[in-house]
Design a protein around this ligand. Sequence first.
Ligand code: NAP
Length: 281
Amino acid sequence: MSFEGQRIWITGASSGIGAALAEAFAARGARLVLSGRRREALAEVAARVQRDALILPFEATDWAALPHAAARAGPVDMLVNNAGISQRSLAVDTRPEVYRALIETDLLAPVWLTQLVLPGMVERRAGHIVGISSVAGRVGTVLRTGYCAAKHGLIGYLDALRAEVEQAYGVRVTTVLPGSVRTQVAANALQADGSVRGDSDANIDAGMDPAECARRILNGIEEEEREIIVAEGGEAFAAGLRFTDPERLFDMLSKAGDQLAKEREKGGRPEPARVSQTLRN
Ligand SMILES: NC(=O)c1ccc[n+]([C@@H]2O[C@H](COP(=O)([O-])OP(=O)(O)OC[C@H]3O[C@@H](n4cnc5c(N)ncnc54)[C@H](OP(=O)(O)O)[C@@H]3O)[C@@H](O)[C@H]2O)c1
């Protein structure tokens, strides 16, 4: 398939995977609508990748703003639900409002945006919804109970939506499950009290280059894959094990949780172990 001339709306385009997707789609001739909260960061991305891209900043959980944003975006050929925040905190310590923020940002906002563009796509018998979930949307990863809940939920929503609209209306639905990608995701993650973590972690710093992640996502879309796993090594292995040998995976993950609990008892900040370490356990 060609992206030439396609109008593509990317949320979370001010940083990381979203900015890399903007660059990759622009290079393939798409016409972009770029969203995120930070207007200046979006303007910088636009200046770099497509000067006349439409910059459409909004807070994803401002429910009143979303219909206006969708109206300004106009009919789009593709919506890429990419904006999101992560979590680094143990469930036992985490305040309820942190769960609300994670589920609103990572699940309800993409669902609501999709609902806003969907009637037009159904009417036109064409369109494409892309959702950036995560390997953590399949594998219950320590320190991310709220994030996992939202990302698992997003996969469920997109799978069920695909069943309703793919054959019936020619609307495509693609779910993306990245492993660790080198972005601001860990630094922007919420902690137990709702504060922002502020610094990255080893897995993310050792993660895939965002441009490579974007390249694989575009390839997967071109190949008409409905689910694109963008992960390597232990993370790709864990995503497969969730179906082939879930008991073994749960044992490995429980050991990682046990180590974190011991750290917590000593009063330390819960630090995510490297994936390789978790899977060796
Ligand atoms: N990096 C990874 O290892 C990884 C792995 C799996 C999945 N993912 C997923 O990939 C997506 C992109 O994350 P990233 O890694 O590129 O992280 P990032 O560098 O922190 O970028 C997150 C993007 O989401 C936007 N955003 C966050 N909260 C928002 C809100 N309330 N309203 C509007 N926009 C909001 C941010 O824009 P502003 O700051 O301008 O608001 C930013 O553009 C997320 O859904 C994340 O869960 C990432």
